[in-house]
Design a protein around this ligand. Structure first.
Ligand code: GTP
Ligand code: MG
Length: 453
């Protein structure tokens, strides 16, 4: 994981392009650079050069930029070769570099290894490293802006401030530990309590921000479920704005899951249309229905669709769906085919939303209701991009702060436990920026990067 050998990779995407970049990072690239171009390169300048093969024939005319460590992305010496973007050509450039770098041990980089080195050399912290991957993978404009903010260190700064405040509080508590007779006074000391409350509030804000950030990064798994023929596929098509799924008046039309990703107000939604749920002897349909249940078990939000012609058996189906839902997954009941009603419903049945997939009635309200139920606060202003990992760490830290509050309230002899809980909260926050992170987790995070990053 932490090898010291120089590394090389094509940094641009595979395929033909105007430009293709080969990147090399190592502790001393001076000799390799001279061998490649028979001259010393001026650092941080665009050098127009010709790279030749071992027979002295030109491979490409390129621009080489040489960054001398530690003033580089990885913190080591970095050589960037901006070649023409042909796959075969880049292969030849790589081959030539590997030939000349053989003696220094030049090897092909592993996924994420450039960014890992930047992290290990303290050029960026872990949240920033993750932000690089997220920036590249971002699927919406809002996601790009969120990742860019995290990369600039906005998220890390918030975490670090909070860690600092907890540290100050710990110092206060621990200095009191040496004077047991003053414990009660300490606990009554408004300043300590106020600080704890302030930490708690900031943690809540951080959690809310990270929750939004996770929605922005990962999107929402939205499952359309219900009996056959209620209009699930029609609703998918309406939301997607195109004919993604087959719609017919025959019950049991959809057999397999049909997936489509859209955005609602910039929030990515991965919509899954499923086979209508019913008892069946048809082997294919039964398999499809089993897949419907699998989708429901992994949903963030289930839309339970009925139509104005549905009979009373829908209640049983609803109970069945509720039983299978994963924790924290909400259900939204929606009544379709409003256009078939001869007169508007006088009593809106409870929380049920009335729509028509056919005419588009109620679809806007449905979208807003979806955003509300998944906890989208509506503003992308100042949003950061966050991952499940971040949210877990924040939630664990919050649990320890809650516990610490109880110990603070318990009075006598509980200061030590108070301090211990603060320290645990601090540790979980430190995991986010990578200050206190087990090595195996580090490997897992960077292995998800692609090669050349
Ligand atoms: N009048 C009216 N008909 C609708 C509406 N939505 C869907 N339908 C019709 O209802 C029938 C079934 O629609 P689908 O979208 O295939 O229903 P489904 O729930 O996907 O059905 P399965 O795939 O069999 O589970 C089709 O004939 C649609 O045209 C609506 O809002 N109003
Ligand atoms: Mg269908």
């Amino acid at each position: 994981m932490t090898r010291k050998l120089p590394i090389i990779a094509v940094a641009t995407a595979p395929g033909k392009a105007g430009v293709g970049v080969v990147r090399i990072s190592g502790q001393n690239l001076g000799p390799l650079t001279s061998a490649l171009f028979q001259k010393k390169l001026a650092p941080r300048q665009a050098n127009l050069l010709t790279l030749c093969n071992k027979h002295g024939e030109a491979i490409d005319q390129l621009i080489a930029i040489y960054f001398v460590g530690p003033a580089s992305f990885t913190g080591e010496d970095v050589l960037e070769l901006q070649c023409h973007g042909g796959p075969q050509l880049l292969e030849l450039v790589m081959k030539r570099c590997l030939e000349l770098g053989k003696e220094d041990g030049l090897v092909i980089a592993e996924p994420g290894e450039f960014t890992l080195r930047a992290y290990l050399n303290n050029k960026i912290d872990l949240t920033q490293a993750e932000a690089i991957a997220d920036l590249i993978d971002a699927q919406s404009e809002a996601a790009v802006r969120g990742a860019a903010r995290s990369l600039q260190g906005v998220f890390s700064d918030d975490i670090n401030h909070l860690i600092e405040e907890i540290t100050q509080l710990r110092i206060l508590v621990e200095s009191t530990l040496d004077f047991p007779e003053e414990e009660i006074e300490f606990l009554e000391n408004a300043q300590a309590r106020q600080r704890l409350i302030a930490v708690k509030e900031k943690l809540q804000t951080l959690r809310a921000g990270a929750k939004q950030g996770k929605i922005l990064r990962d999107g929402i798994q939205l499952v359309l479920a219900g009996a056959p023929n209620v209009g699930k596929s029609s609703l998918l098509n309406r939301l997607a704005g195109e004919e993604v799924a087959i719609v017919t008046p025959i019950a049991g039309t959809t057999r397999d899951r049909v997936k489509e990703s859209i955005t609602i107000d910039g929030v990515p939604m991965h919509i899954i249309d499923t086979a209508g749920l019913r008892e069946t002897t048809d082997v294919v349909e039964a398999k499809g229905i089993e897949r419907s249940w699998d989708a429901i078990r992994l949903a963030d939000l289930v839309i339970f669709l009925t139509d104005v012609q549905s009979d009373d058996q829908q209640d049983d189906l609803k109970t069945q769906i509720l039983k299978e839902l994963p924790p924290k997954c909400a259900v939204l009941e929606v009544l379709n085919k409003a256009d078939l009603l001869l007169e508007p419903l006088k009593t809106a049945p409870g929380e049920v939303l009335l729509i028509s997939a056919k005419t588009g009635v109620g679809i806007e309200q449905l979208k807003q209701q979806i955003l509300k139920l998944v906890g989208w606060a509506g503003s992308q202003e100042g949003a950061i991009l966050a991952r499940r990992r971040h949210l877990d760490c924040i939630e664990r830290a919050a649990e320890h702060i809650e516990k610490s509050e109880k110990f603070a309230a318990n009075g006598n002899n509980s200061l030590e436990l108070f301090a211990e809980e603060l320290s645990l909260a601090q540790r979980h926050l430190g995991e986010i920026t990578g200050k206190l992170l087990p090595d195996d987790l580090l490997g897992k995070i960077f292995s998800q990067f692609c090669i050349g990053k």
